[in-house]
Design a protein around this ligand. Structure first.
Ligand code: KG4
Ligand code: ZN
Length: 337
């Protein structure tokens, strides 16, 4: 079975083709991605209307590119999958509309996929795929969640952010420091030369005894520190603030992940979502795991942020596991929230 997957929830258009195998994880045959980052940069963030229009421009050429790279044609596609949500409504509608139109024209079924399930399962495409069960730390621009994952479709929420997501904390802190969008990669680059203990920043809910997160207060604390630096902070001061901010976010993510592994008794952690690309987070999680004999799995770096491969993969894994059914009803809806 071959699944064509389309991702268009935010500022990346992603298309991919995966093929299921008799045993094991489906194989990624080809994937293509167009990032809109350069387009939104001038506005300091994603402009929803521009995002939708660009998805319209990119999605069919990317589909063509993926099929060509795989040496396949539309006739080889058995199921068309798309991101149903969460995300920007207009952006989601582009992917959903194209997926359902293609499927209707081909007489093939469609399957809407939860964006976070795509992130969650993306490490299965890595050279070192995890085994069930595991704890998942999902850290994206919109979500911060810890889950217990027993099988495809069997997810138990252990804790989540009660306000901002970890990626949002990176992005908002970076923005107020004048680092532009997207802030996570920019802030973590600047942090390399800074001192992580230069500024005392809060670690919200670190000792709350549960597995929830809160990052809204951190952003305010960063703003206060940044104001104290005056109108013209030196590069060294900014680097220190970046390193201190990253340290605060990463410490909470690492400590809560450890707490989740201890609470569940599981010995495997899967990290996914855009913030999973953060080198300092990876370094600290790896060190913590090494000490305790745990394993940590990450997606390939290129598949940490949004992409079509994870959507095609999640659909294929659901179908293979009998945890989802593709539908011949091509009337579609999206779930922005
Ligand atoms: O998963 P993703 O691509 O999109 C969502 O579903 O939200 O995640 C994007 C988020 C952004 O907040 C971005 O700043 C953050 O991931 N991010 C990073 C890094 N790379 C991306 N945050 C920290 N360090 C990074 N290296
Ligand atoms: Zn995402």
């Amino acid at each position: 079975m071959q699944v064509l997957g389309i991702e268009s929830s935010c500022d990346e258009t992603g298309v991919a083709l995966v093929r299921t195998r008799a045993v094991g994880t489906p194989e990624l045959r080809a994937h293509a991605l167009h990032s809109q980052i350069a387009m939104h940069q001038a506005y300091g963030g994603v402009v929803p209307e521009l995002a939708s229009r660009d998805h319209i421009r990119r999605v069919l050429p990317l589909t063509r590119q993926v099929l060509d790279e795989a040496g396949a044609t539309l006739a080889d596609v058995d199921v068309v999958a798309f991101t149903r949500g969460p995300g920007l409504a207009g952006a989601l509608l582009v992917g959903a509309g194209v997926a359902c139109a293609l499927a209707a024209a081909l007489g093939k079924p469609v399957l809407g996929v939860h964006h976070l399930e795509g992130h969650l399962l993306s490490p299965f495409l890595s050279a070192d795929p995890p085994e069930f069960p595991f704890v998942a730390l999902l850290v994206s621009g919109g979500h911060t969640q810890l889950m217990r994952v027993d099988a495809v479709g069997q997810y138990t929420l252990l804790g989540e952010s009660i306000d901002d997501a970890a990626g949002e904390a990176f992005d908002k802190s970076a923005k107020l420091m004048g680092l532009g969008y997207p802030g996570g990669p920019a802030l973590s680059r600047l942090a390399i030369t800074g001192r992580a203990d230069a500024f005392a920043l809060p670690r919200p809910l670190l000792h709350s005894g549960d597995l929830d997160f809160s990052f809204a207060g951190l952003k305010t604390a960063v703003l206060t520190q940044h104001r104290k630096l005056g109108d013209a902070p030196t590069p060294a001061q900014l680097a220190d603030l970046a390193a201190s901010t990253q340290a605060a976010i990463v410490e909470v993510l690492v400590k809560k992940s450890i707490a989740a592994l201890k609470a569940t008794g599981l010995r495997r952690l899967v990290v996914s979502g855009g913030v999973g690309a953060n080198a300092e987070l990876r370094r600290q999680l790896d060190a913590a795991a090494l000490k305790r004999g745990w394993r940590v799995h990450y997606p390939e770096l290129a598949l940490c942020t949004d992409n079509g491969a994870m959507i095609a993969l999640a659909a294929a894994m659901r179908l293979q596991a009998g945890a989802g059914q593709a539908s011949m009803d091509h009337a579609f809806d999206v779930r922005p929230r």
